[in-house]
Design a protein around this ligand. Sequence first.
Ligand code: TXA
Ligand code: MG
Length: 329
Amino acid sequence: MTEVCCPVFEPSAEAVQQAGAVLARGDLVAFPTETVYGLGGNAFDDRAVAAIFQAKNRPQFNPLIVHVPDIDAARALVEMDARALRLATAFWPGPLTLVLPRTPGSALSYLVSAGLSTVAVRIPDHPVALQVLRAAGVPVAAPSANPSGAVSPTTAQHVAEGLGKRVSMILDGGPCRVGVESTVLDLSGDQPVLLRPGGITRDQLAVHVGAVGVPVAMEEGAGQLKSPGMMKSHYAPALPVRLNALKAQAGEAFLGFGPTASGADLNLSASGDLLEAAANLFAMLRALDRPEFCRIAVFPIPDTGLGEAINDRLHRAAAPRPGDSAPCS
Ligand code: TXA
Ligand code: MG
């Protein structure tokens, strides 16, 4: 028997208000959308976003989709050009996610976009999702509400089986109408690029924005990215990165972890808390990625729990890149 614990609520007006308050204060709520159930967290709150990765037990930080209730809320977060507005008018609310440049000065968590300067946004077409988003009053990051590696949930029961113990509330909105995740379209460059096929087809998109490209890494028809790392879906600092550094060398910025990392320019978590470290990771890498340093040295991070995803990201950032010189000599 699967163990099911059960914070499952019928989506009454009270439950929806409560879910909004739970989200606003930084805890997690699973809610129905027209595609699949989402595991929602406050997208302004780095710790809430880190808690999403922790709950899903994802060994990697993939950028997440930010859900908003209307176009004005989207425009506060991302720069919507004429193409984006045409698509939004045609397909929102609905199963289309747009990847757009983040609005300068936006308070969105950098963990939401895995450090990138672009953000994926959508307005879901489900009355309960829209009510919850309005009640929360904050943008809500929400990947599918399943543990990493499991199939995406299309009923509240699925969510309860997979994540029941890890969320504060699950709102039951019945089975999802679409059943597969939204189409993801990258509009951050001149040419629109389909990053993930979904409910809205390329032909439907082309009516509004012309030809839609497919990333080189995507096998035609397979619907899977062979190598998501080839796309702009991963941030790496411009500076080289040195791992497992116990102290900084001359010219290095030093990113610490825990109470023993003395002399750190920034500390991911002085108390050694991996949730806090995950929450700070991308914002701190960005803060240290400055030309007055020659490299970013990073203190060792334990490879347990969220540490696995943190180390995955740091190892990618530290991998030798073409054109790297040895600027610290
Ligand atoms: O239907 C859906 O979209 C569901 C429901 C809950 O709304 N959500 C969902 O979220 O599938 P998630 O986080 O699992 O999907 C995120 C997708 C990934 O393919 C990710 O790589 C892409 O969006 N993505 C997000 N932000 C991106 C960015 N800044 N650049 C490129 N790709 C991005
Ligand atoms: Mg998923």
